[in-house]
Ligand binder design. Structure first.
Ligand code: ADP
Ligand code: MG
Length: 357
């Protein structure tokens, strides 16, 4: 959820949303919630809730996509949007080390959308359900005064001892990340740039050629449901895990907060595709900042015991980017030129004075 950057209309005795931010708001709204059922093993605070179901657990998560906030109809094909709305939920189940099973889809649609547009949206949702073997089992349909809102709720499953929480990391655990980061954000910047060009001159053709990877990462991400089996085949059980929806920095801070640790991440170890690196420089952005603050890559960030170093080294497509530390050591990033800076959720804060910019 974006922060409300326009608190001007808030009466002085009331608190603007921007004073809390998304996570502050969630903390406030959910503080002290009573859990009545012993089956509720984990409520708010992880990628999915964990519910005891006898010999296994059910995993439950939900995500909301709002037109104009999470997607722009100018450059978002509805089929891709449908696919993405399912995938971002599937990703949250993957982040708990679970298997996605069923989902529901609720939509609020304004009259500007013809039936065929919604057919396309559902083609994308169905494609994701086929690809990830998830059953679409229900939902709700409403009209909306303005724009399109999509809410997907997903159920997953895991064996009790397989679930991985954000809270299990310990000092000295290695911090690992799957795939590469930052490309989805560069894809967004490309799409926004072409939108601006098109607005200025509708005869201009968008210049996206050659950047299929970045645009694809933004419009049609995949969930890393493959990681569960790959890690298990190597005999590795991560101590903590989270999916990267908001950016590496924000997710690393979540792991630290929930686990009660600090961390040290090495900028030079952050995996960024070479073409994305070049593209970032063209946009006058430090590539690591795209990875730290960009988000929407839907890769997995996880920690493992140091003793599993040899095992993980043999796994393709995994980068070890740092390690957890004692909480007293703080949350740090060691820059490529070997300076230690504080890791902040808005990577820009820590790096905006960087002379490399
Ligand atoms: P993610 O990025 O994995 O989807 P979020 O950052 O959206 O997770 O949410 C963090 C945690 O807060 C989750 O456990 C989520 O269920 C919970 N949460 C988010 N919004 C609300 C809300 N409005 N009411 C209750 N819980 C919420
Ligand atoms: Mg998540």
């Amino acid at each position: 959820m974006p922060q409300d950057n326009n608190p001007n209309n808030t009466p002085s005795n009331l608190t603007p949303l921007s004073a809390l931010g998304e996570f502050g708001l969630i903390d406030r709204l959910t503080a002290g919630i009573t859990l009545y059922h012993k089956e509720t093993i984990k409520g708010v605070g992880d990628d999915a809730a964990v519910i005891d179901a006898g010999d296994k657990v059910m995993l439950l998560s939900t995500d909301l996509l709002v037109e104009g906030v999470h997607f722009d109809m100018v450059y978002t094909p509805l089929k891709h949007l449908g696919y993405k709305s399912a995938v971002v939920n599937i990703s949250d189940i993957a982040a708990m080390n679970g298997i996605p099973k069923q989902l529901t889809v609720s939509i609020a649609v304004s009259s500007k959308f013809p039936v065929e547009a919604l057919d396309e949206l559902y083609q994308g949702i169905r494609l994701a359900c086929d690809r990830y073997k998830v059953d679409l089992v229900g939902g709700d349909t409403s009209s909306s005064n303005k724009g399109l809102i999509i809410s997907v709720t997903i159920l997953g499953e895991a064996k009790k001892d397989e679930v991985i929480y954000r809270s299990g990391a310990r000092p000295n655990d290695l911090i690992c990340v799957t795939g590469d980061l930052g490309s989805a954000y560069l894809g967004l910047l490309l799409l926004e740039r072409e939108k601006a060009v098109f607005r200025a001159n509708p005869n201009m053709q968008p210049e996206l050629e050659g950047f299929d990877y970045q645009v694809g990462r933004q419009l049609k991400p995949e969930a890393r449901t493959d990681i569960r089996e790959k890690l298990s085949a190597l005999g590795i059980k991560p101590t903590a895990m989270i999916d990267i929806s908001d950016g590496l920095a924000s997710e690393a801070l979540h792991l630290c907060k929930q686990s009660g640790t600090g961390c040290r991440i090495y900028e030079a170890k952050i995996p960024i595709y070479s073409q994305t690196r070049e593209l970032a420089m063209d946009f006058k952005i430090i590539p690591s900042v795209a990875a730290l603050s960009g988000g929407e890559d839907y890769e997995l960030l996880f920690t493992i015991d140091l003793k599993d170093f040899d095992k993980i080294s043999g796994m393709e497509g995994i980068s070890i980017i740092g390690h957890m530390t004692d909480a007293s050591e703080g949350k740090a990033m060691v820059t490529a030129d070997n300076k230690q800076i504080e890791l902040t959720a808005q990577g820009w804060d820590g790096m905006k004075n960087d002379e490399r910019l």
